[in-house]
Write a new protein. Structure first.
Ligand code: AMP
Length: 429
């Protein structure tokens, strides 16, 4: 016997009725984004590997350990094979598209959102997959369009609070920090590097390496034994210059005015190199170890880092898989899809075609209808219908000739005779 094939480790199939919840979340997100004047962008699922190396950062876990990368076949012998990567996140792709399509030349702020799968070779567990979905958005543009304004940061955070509320997610928390400008970060990196010289030998192998290559990444370390050491390290807030401090203060004033609750967390530097100034994370206690619902921040130098014009921006990505888990855990949603309006039961195979015509009429009238099969006995039709529909419509030879159909309501047990012309209206009630 041949071995049965399964979905690859870390990937999974999404089936109905659960997909109804996925769709509801996506529809809510689209509706909220539209109210804030965001438009949808769809970028390719794979990109040139160097895009991620230059944006997310060579030293990050994502780029150094987790990417699905392969050498594409060279088209000609003289050509070098191109290194391609399944996108591990979508901001880099959006900014690449912004540069490629010269969106900065419009002079307008670009407000773009995306919904799609991302790929990271992480250790799978509840809430962490190798193919997962993100809903994200970016606000990016030339400085003349106001892209650096702290108001943009506050507006994005306020939008996220609104979106989570409208999704019915309660009990979320928002953590906020500023990692400063590129110059602040460079200064902080040196302060950290110096502080780590005596401490690093006591830390994990990854931290010992990061202490030399990219000290900021030490703050992302999740190893419990390293945490007391990390607590002793200098805080990034002390390395911010006046402009960065003013920017962060203005974000906070606007957030306070909008009544969005948050806590400050000086260790929140986020696992991607491109962040500058504001960084944030929304978490939810119901998720367990993988409790981050979404994360984001400002990336004022990203466009230039990948060869584009100056285009400051701010964005976020939320884990759709985790939104689904949160809503399922809170038991705020019906797991089952809503029952169909009606089930049509043809009495005999010779009535199958007529039943298809009746179903077509009702569906075109906007009703959700399940079509039975004339080979079923009436008892079997009733059993099948009772599981999925509110009512059963019986279509026999007599009904077809007279144009009067028999409808039984499962909840009340009442049987009604309904003229065909009035059937759609009757069922819609
Ligand atoms: P990041 O792009 O790492 O900032 O992640 C943003 C959000 O995506 C996180 O807060 C999670 O909700 C979600 N996420 C990241 N990695 C995974 C994963 N492997 N599986 C499921 N969700 C993820």
């Amino acid at each position: 016997m041949s071995q049965t094939l399964k979905a690859v480790r870390g990937t999974r199939d999404l089936l109905p009725p659960e997909t109804a919840l996925w769709n509801r979340i996506e529809a809510t997100a689209r509706a909220v984004f539209a109210r804030y004047n965001f438009g949808e962008i769809r970028t390719p699922i794979f990109e040139d590997t160097s895009l991620f190396a230059r944006s997310v950062g060579e030293e990050t876990d994502i780029v150094s350990k987790e990417m699905y990368t392969w050498e594409d076949r060279a088209r000609a012998q003289s050509e070098k094979a191109q290194s391609l990567t399944l996108r591990p996140e979508n901001t880099a792709g959006v900014v690449r598209a912004y540069i490629e399509h010269k969106l900065g030349e419009t002079g307008q702020l670009q407000k773009l959102y995306y919904i799609g799968p991302q790929f990271r070779r992480e250790r799978p567990q509840k809430g962490r997959y190798r193919q997962f979905w993100q809903i994200g958005a970016e606000v990016i543009g030339p400085p003349s369009a106001g892209s650096e304004s702290p108001l943009r940061d506050a507006e994005v955070l306020e939008m996220l609070a609104t979106l989570l509320d409208e999704l019915g997610i309660t009990g979320w928390t928002l953590e906020l920090n500023s990692v400063g400008s590129a110059a602040d970060r460079a200064r902080y990196n040196e302060v950290l590097r110096a502080a780590l010289i005596p401490l690093a030998p006591k830390m994990c192998a990854d931290c010992r390496r990061r202490a030399v290559t990219n000290p900021l990444r030490v703050l992302d370390c999740k190893i419990p034994e390293d945490q007391p050491v990390i607590e002793l390290l200098p805080k990034i807030g002390d390395s911010l210059d006046e402009d960065s401090k003013k920017h962060f203060a203005a974000v906070i004033v606007a957030l306070d005015a909008a009544g969005v609750p948050y806590t400050l967390n000086s260790r929140l530097v986020r696992g991607l190199d491109y962040y500058t100034r504001t960084t944030f994370e929304f978490a939810h206690g119901g998720l367990g170890a993988q409790n981050a619902l979404l994360g984001g921040g400002r990336y004022d130098g990203l466009s230039e880092a990948i060869g584009g014009p100056k285009a400051p921006g701010i964005g976020f990505a939320m884990g759709l898989d985790r939104l689904v888990l949160t809503l399922q855990g809170a038991d705020q949603v019906q797991k089952a899809a809503p029952p169909k309006v009606a089930y049509i039961a043809p009495l005999g195979e010779n009535l199958n075609a007529a039943a298809l015509v009746l179903a077509r009429e009702l569906r075109r009238a906007g009703l959700s209808v399940e079509l039975g099969d004339g080979s079923f006995r009436l008892k079997k039709s009733f059993e099948a219908a009772d599981k999925i529909a509110r009512r059963i419509v019986i279509l026999g030879e007599d009904e077809l000739q007279s144009g009067i159909l028999t409808v039984k309501d499962f909840a009340t047990g009442i049987q009604t005779k309904v003229p065909r012309a009035e059937l759609a209206a009757f069922l819609a009630r």
